[in-house]
Design a protein around this ligand. Structure first.
Ligand code: NAD
Length: 389
């Protein structure tokens, strides 16, 4: 068996490590960063957690803070204009997955004069105009460690998956202390996102021994700590475990790819502006159930490692407990159905055909243990519409 491993050149992990941002830049001889972040980080003063250590080292960083949740190509284009107007040698993506993905997409788009859509899969976006140092403030996307960026085509309402080495950060600083302020809803959504990365990487047809090791380690951490982080936001041990779990899950899925949950989740996000982790959560129990028989042993192992099943349970029972446990987790984390989220049923039904096409076109469903056809994807969308299935 041969396989490829990709990961950032360095990752600095631990409480308080954001204070070492200047040292990380110095290792690579970088001195002129553009910090890419969101308006909340500026308004709340959180961005100073990265600006202050830079200032102490004599680095005055500029800030681009116009990023939006679930970033669009329009925002990336605006960011590239800022990038080109300055004399930068790197970007620091500071925030949740949205600012980090924006910085990564800016680095790719700035290599030429094509539209963002020219870089979506199956194109291999291996080139970037400059390096990105990623500093996540949510424990979820793992974007700090992935070769992906997800950008919405604002005109076509399509969440485009852009994949390649150009999207892989040069370095990441993974400081869980930045996550204490994450609101409850976002803690839940990002935590389920991280779990779905680990699970999908583990059951993916493209899994390798390397991605398996990272996925299982992530499931250990996330399974034992997601509920704690949600119910006890100040629980430092739980926040620390979730942050590490999310990064490990990122390393897992960047090397194994994600599968049907993500393939179906992106169209929900694009058409109905549902946060990424939440749309994953809406789908996770039903899509897991759909694949159980085809990936029984792996789903069973995942169930045991993440605490949904007992070590002594048979594969059949453990796998069933995983699907049931994920549905119970959604209830505990107050995850709404698409109907409960307030999506208009007429628009939902009218878009199912297009959403299924977009899910299939992303390539992710083909990594699933059970590969669905279009009709099965539509049936799954219908099944989750108003039921936590
Ligand atoms: P986000 O970045 O959109 O942030 C959600 C909200 O949480 C924002 O309002 C933000 O200001 C706030 N927030 C972030 N950190 C906070 C903190 N420490 N305290 C208080 N509030 C905070 O959310 P996300 O889930 O981290 O990222 C979602 C994006 O990541 C989506 O666009 C998704 O498609 C993408 N994604 C990318 C990858 C990848 O590999 N590149 C993987 C999964 C998801």
């Amino acid at each position: 068996m041969s396989f490829q491993i990709v990961a950032p050149r360095m990752m600095l992990v631990g409480g308080g490590t954001v204070a070492q941002t200047a040292e990380v830049l110095a290792k690579f001889g970088l001195t002129r960063p553009l910090v890419v972040t969101d308006p909340f980080m500026v308004k709340s003063g959180m961005v100073n957690r990265v600006l202050e250590p830079l200032a102490k080292a004599g680095i005055t960083a500029s800030v681009f803070s116009d990023t939006i949740p679930e970033p669009t190509d329009t925002i990336v284009v605006a960011g590239v204009a800022v990038l080109r107007a300055g004399n930068y040698d790197c970007m620091i993506g500071f925030g949740g997955g949205s600012p980090i993905d924006t910085a990564k997409a800016m680095a790719i788009l700035a290599t030429g004069d094509k539209p963002m859509s020219a870089y979506k899969v199956p194109f291999a976006a291996d080139h970037a105009a400059m390096p990105v140092i990623a500093i996540p403030t949510t424990a979820g996307t793992g974007s700090e460690a992935t070769r992906f960026t997800v950008i919405t085509d604002a005109i076509r309402d399509e969440k485009m998956l852009i994949a390649g080495l150009g999207a892989l950060p040069l370095a990441a600083i993974v400081d869980y202390e930045l996550t204490f302020s994450v609101p409850k809803r976002t803690t839940a959504d990002t935590g389920v996102d991280a779990f779905s990365h680990a699970l999908e990487a583990y059951v993916s047809r493209r899994a390798t021994p390397f991605s398996d090791a990272n996925a299982l380690a992530a499931m250990d951490l996330i399974g034992a700590n997601l509920r704690k982080a949600y119910h006890e936001p100040d629980n430092a041990a739980a926040r620390e475990a979730m942050m590490l779990g999310a990064s490990l899950a990122g390393i897992a899925f960047t090397n194994a790819s994600v599968a049907l949950v993500h393939g179906m989740s992106r169209p929900i996000g694009a058409h109905f502006h549902v946060p990424h982790g939440l749309s994953n959560a809406m789908l996770l129990p039903a899509v897991t159930r759909f694949g159980l028989a085809a990936g029984l042993a792996r789903y069973a192992t995942a169930a045991r490692r993440s605490g949904f099943a007992l070590p002594t349970d048979s594969d059949e029972i453990a796998a069933e407990k995983l699907a049931d446990g994920l549905a119970a987790l959604n209830t505990e984390l107050s995850v709404p159905t698409p109907a409960g989220f307030g999506i208009d049923p007429t628009i939902w039904n009218a878009k199912l055909d297009l959403m299924a096409d977009q899910a299939l076109a992303s390539g992710s469903p083909a990594n699933n243990p059970r590969i669905p056809d279009k009709a099965e994807i539509i049936a799954l969308y219908r099944a989750v519409w108003s039921a936590n299935a």
